[in-house]
Write a protein that binds this ligand. Structure first.
Ligand code: GDP
Length: 195
């Protein structure tokens, strides 16, 4: 799946712009600055693939990437920006809700959590949305290299505790570091297994 070329397909701002639901897809969600672009770049082995989705203008879009012509990797807009205008936030929440509840080919959502911060209130909001849309989601801890293993264990316990209250949560966590490469192969294998 990751062996072939990975290309940017399009950025979508309305349901009408979605590419046809003709193949499996997975999506990535996370607070701004969680390390989502770095993770997508590490996963796909392309240094600047997700940069496009981080440029101003692009941050409100749902960005579709083609994985070897077989699946879509979907980069959802980062959430939890300080000072984000309310009308923008509401607009993207509505789009996100429609996307999550109406996409039959969506196999799993990966919710990225910064290892240093654990699950925050804004993450819980997304998880509640995923619960109500019945989209299975799995948490991916990012930037694990920033913590000592004891500190990481503490965060993992907090994350597990919180996930136990979400019916759509897949219990297994994936701990990653885009910087060091930890967990990247595991995540690739999970995605390949969802096809
Ligand atoms: P995004 O806003 O979620 O797309 O986050 P970015 O991928 O742009 O990363 C935000 C910041 O975290 C950048 O300064 C990255 O260099 C840093 N970062 C991302 N992943 C890692 C990681 O695995 N380890 C470390 N130490 N820093 C990371």
């Amino acid at each position: 799946l990751f062996a072939g070329p990975v290309d940017f397909v399009k950025g979508v701002v309305a349901m009408s712009g979605l590419p046809p639901a003709d193949r499996a897809e997975v999506c990535f969600a996370g607070r701004s600055n969680v390390g989502k672009s770095s993770l997508i770049n590490a996963l796909t082995g392309r240094k600047s693939l997700a940069r496009a989705s981080n440029t101003p203008g692009r941050t409100q879009e749902i960005n579709f990437f083609d994985l070897g012509g077989q699946s879509y990797l979907v980069d959802l807009p980062g959430y939890g920006y300080a000072n984000a205008p309310l009308d923008k936030v509401q607009k993207w929440q509505a789009l996100l809700k429609q996307y999550l509840s109406g996409r039959a080919t969506l196999r799993r959502a990966f919710v990225l959590i910064d290892s240093r911060h654990g699950i925050k209130a804004v993450d819980e909001e997304i998880m509640a949305l995923l619960d109500s849309a019945a989209v299975t989601f799995q948490c991916v801890l990012t930037k694990a290299d920033k913590l000592k293993s004891k500190e990481l264990d503490k965060v993992l316990a907090q994350v597990r505790e919180k996930l136990s209250k979400h019916p759509a949560a897949f219990p297994e966590l994936i701990v990653t570091s885009s910087e060091k490469g930890d967990g990247i192969a595991t995540l690739r294998a999970v995605i390949a297994g969802l096809e």
